[in-house]
Design a protein around this ligand. Structure first.
Ligand code: HEM
Length: 482
C-alpha cells in the first residue's frame, strides 16, 4: 500500500516501537509520581522524547515516556478521555484477585509483596525510560532528573545491566520478534492466512490502525471541539474525531527476579551432575540452545534463528510442547498443519477430529504476538538479578494477558495438565488441587519423561500497565483539556 507507506508517521511515534535501542546499551527506568500537575505538564509539553525517525548517526541518548491510568488522572486528564482506554489498562495489572490468579501472581508473586506497582502508594504515575551509549547514561539521567524535579517525585530508579544479549540464566534472548507491517502491505483480516507468518499488522502494536482482525482497537476518540488547536491526529476510521490513541501503544512492564543458582542447581541435580546433560535439559526447558539455536530444525539453508515452525515436530520430540518458547509462541496460524485443504477445514469447523481441542488451544498465534523490549538488571555479587520484562501491544488482554495467563501460567496449555511454564511458573497447586510443578518431555518410544517438583525460578517483584502515547498525544495530554 504505497500511499500508506508514504504516510507512516514516524515523527509521531516513540522510537521504542520501532527500535530496541540495542546500540544504547545503558538504560534506566525512572518510576515517577506527579507531585505538581502544573509543573509536570510543563515538562511534558517540551520533554525531549525520541521519535521513531531514523537518524544518521543514530542518537547517543533517548528518552521515552509512558503513563499508568493513575498517572493520567494525576496529570488532570479529563475523566471521559481516560475512560476511552481499554478496561485492562484502566484496572491495572495488580487491581484484582482474579487478574492476579490468571497472570500467575500468587504466593511469592503476590502484588502485595511487590516493590512497586502493587500498593497504591507504590504505583508509578509516569515511566521515563532513559537510554544512552556507554559512559553517557549518568549525565543523561542528571539532565532529565533536573528537568523533572519540579513536577515529579521519584518512586524508584530501576537500573539495567548490559549482558550482551544474554539473559541471566545464560541464554541468548531477543531473537524472535514479530515483523511489523509498517507498509501495511498485508491484507488485514486475511482469512486465508493458514501458514505461520512473522509479519504482523501495524494495528497489533499501534492504536489507530487496523489489527489482525481488520478492526481498530478501542481508544479515546474525541470530538473536534476537544482539540481546537488540532494537536492530535485525526482518526482513520471515524470521521471528525481526534484520535488520542493513534501512534501510541500499551507498554507492559514486569520486574522478574531470576534465581540463577536455583535454576542450575535443579537442572544439575536432575542430570546427576553431568554438565552436558544438565545444559541439554535447560535447553529443553527454553526450546533453544544457550546460543539461541532452536531445538527444531530451521527451514532451508539459512542462519536465521527464527526461520522455523513446529510443523516438523508434531509430537514435541525435539522441542517439548511445554518449552518456554513453544508456549509463548506456538507458531501455528489460524489452522494447524494439515488442515488447510477445504475438506479438512470443514471437518474441523464442525468440531470433529481427535486433535481439535489441543489445536484450538494453540491456534491463532497471530492474535497473540508481543513486541519485546526488556532489559536485564543486576548481577553484581550479592545483588538481585533478573529481567525488566517489557512488551508493547495494542491490546493488553489479547496479547500480554493471553500469553502470560493462558499459555505461560495456564495449566491446561496444549493439553498438558499439571505444568506451568518451566522458567516462569509459580508452582503452586491450582484451586482444584492440580499441581503445576511438572515438565514433560515426550519420548519417541515409551512414556514421556516427566520432571516433577520444579522449584520457582522467577519471582515477580513489580509491574504495571502503561500507555506509551504518540508524541502529539503526549503534547495534548500536557494541556488542560477543554
Ligand atoms: C525472567 C523471565 C524470562 C526469561 C528468562 C525468558 C527467556 C527467554 C528466552 C531465552 C527466549 C528465547 C529467545 C528468543 O526467542 O527471543 C525467550 C523467548 C520468548 N519469551 Fe521469554 N523469558 C522470560 C519471560 C517472558 C515473559 C513474561 C513472556 C510473556 C509474557 C515471555 C515471552 C516470550 C516470547 C513471546 C518469546 C519468543 C518466542 C518465539 O517467538 O519463539 N518471556 N524468552
Amino acid at each position: 500500500m504505497a500511499e500508506a507507506a508514504m504516510s507512516i508517521e514516524f515523527e509521531d511515534i516513540q522510537g521504542l516501537v520501532r527500535f530496541g535501542y540495542k546500540h544504547l546499551t545503558q538504560a534506566c527506568f525512572l518510576l515517577l509520581r506527579i507531585r505538581d500537575a502544573g509543573a509536570a505538564r510543563a515538562w511534558l509539553a517540551n520533554a525531549p522524547v525520541t521519535s521513531a525517525i531514523t537518524r544518521k548517526p543514530p542518537p547517543r541518548t533517548a528518552v521515552q515516556i509512558a503513563f499508568t491510568c493513575a498517572g493520567l488522572h494525576a496529570l488532570g486528564a479529563a475523566e471521559d478521555i481516560v475512560e476511552g482506554f481499554s478496561a485492562e489498562f484502566l484496572a491495572g495489572m495488580s487491581s484484582d484477585e482474579s487478574r492476579a490468579r490468571r497472570l500467575g501472581d500468587l504466593g511469592a508473586n503476590d502484588p502485595a509483596r511487590w516493590q512497586w506497582g502493587g500498593a497504591q502508594d507504590r504505583m508509578p504515575h509516569v515511566l521515563v525510560m532513559l537510554y544512552a551509549v556507554p559512559g553517557e547514561l549518568d549525565e543523561w539521567l542528571r539532565t532529565i532528573r533536573a528537568q523533572c524535579e519540579a513536577g515529579f517525585e521519584q518512586l524508584d530508579c530501576l537500573s539495567t545491566s548490559d549482558m550482551d544479549g544474554v539473559e541471566p540464566f545464560g541464554f541468548v534472548d531477543g531473537i524472535s520478534q514479530p515483523r511489523i507491517d509498517w507498509e501495511r502491505e498485508r491484507a488485514a483480516h486475511d482469512e486465508e492466512q493458514f501458514e505461520y507468518t512473522n509479519l504482523s499488522c501495524l494495528g497489533e502494536y499501534l492504536l489507530g490502525y487496523p489489527n489482525e482482525y481488520g478492526a481498530y482497537t478501542d481508544r479515546p476518540l474525541l470530538d473536534r471541539a476537544r482539540d481546537p488547536a488540532a494537536l492530535l491526529p485525526r482518526a482513520e476510521d471515524v470521521a471528525d474525531k481526534a484520535d488520542l490513541g493513534r501512534n501510541g501503544s500499551y507498554l507492559v512492564m514486569r520486574q522478574l527476579r531470576q534465581d540463577v543458582e536455583g535454576f542450575w542447581r535443579f537442572v544439575d541435580g536432575q542430570a546427576g551432575g553431568d554438565a552436558a546433560l544438565s545444559e541439554k535439559l535447560a535447553e529443553t526447558m527454553v526450546g533453544r540452545t544457550k546460543k539461541g539455536k532452536p531445538l527444531v530444525e530451521v527451514s532451508g539453508e539459512t542462519d536465521d534463528l527464527n526461520a522455523f515452525t513446529y510443523d516438523g515436530d508434531p509430537e514435541g520430540l525435539r522441542c517439548p510442547f511445554g518449552a518456554h518458547i513453544r508456549r509463548s509462541n506456538p507458531r501455528n496460524a489460524d489452522l494447524p498443519p494439515g488442515w488447510s485443504d477445504p475438506i479438512s477445514r470443514l471437518v474441523r469447523r464442525l468440531g470433529f477430529g481427535s486433535d481439535a481441542l489441543r489445536n484450538d488451544l494453540i491456534a491463532s498465534t497471530r492474535f497473540h504476538r508481543l513486541l519485546r523490549r526488556g532489559r536485564e538488571y543486576g548481577g553484581a555479587p550479592g545483588e538481585d538479578v533478573g529481567l525488566h520484562f517489557i512488551c508493547l501491544g495494542a491490546n493488553i488482554a489479547r496479547q500480554f494477558e493471553f500469553v502470560q495467563g493462558a499459555w505461560l501460567a495456564g495449566t491446561k496449555f496444549d493439553a498438558l495438565p499439571g505444568e506451568g511454564d518451566p522458567l516462569l511458573g509459580h508452582r503452586l497447586a491450582g484451586a482444584d488441587g492440580m499441581p503445576t510443578d511438572g515438565f514433560s518431555m515426550p519420548a519417541a518410544s515409551g512414556p514421556d519423561r516427566r520432571l516433577t517438583g520444579l522449584p520457582q525460578f522467577v519471582t515477580v517483584q513489580g509491574g504495571a500497565y502503561f500507555f506509551l502515547p504518540g508524541i502529539r498525544a503526549l503534547r495534548y495530554l500536557s494541556k488542560v483539556q477543554p
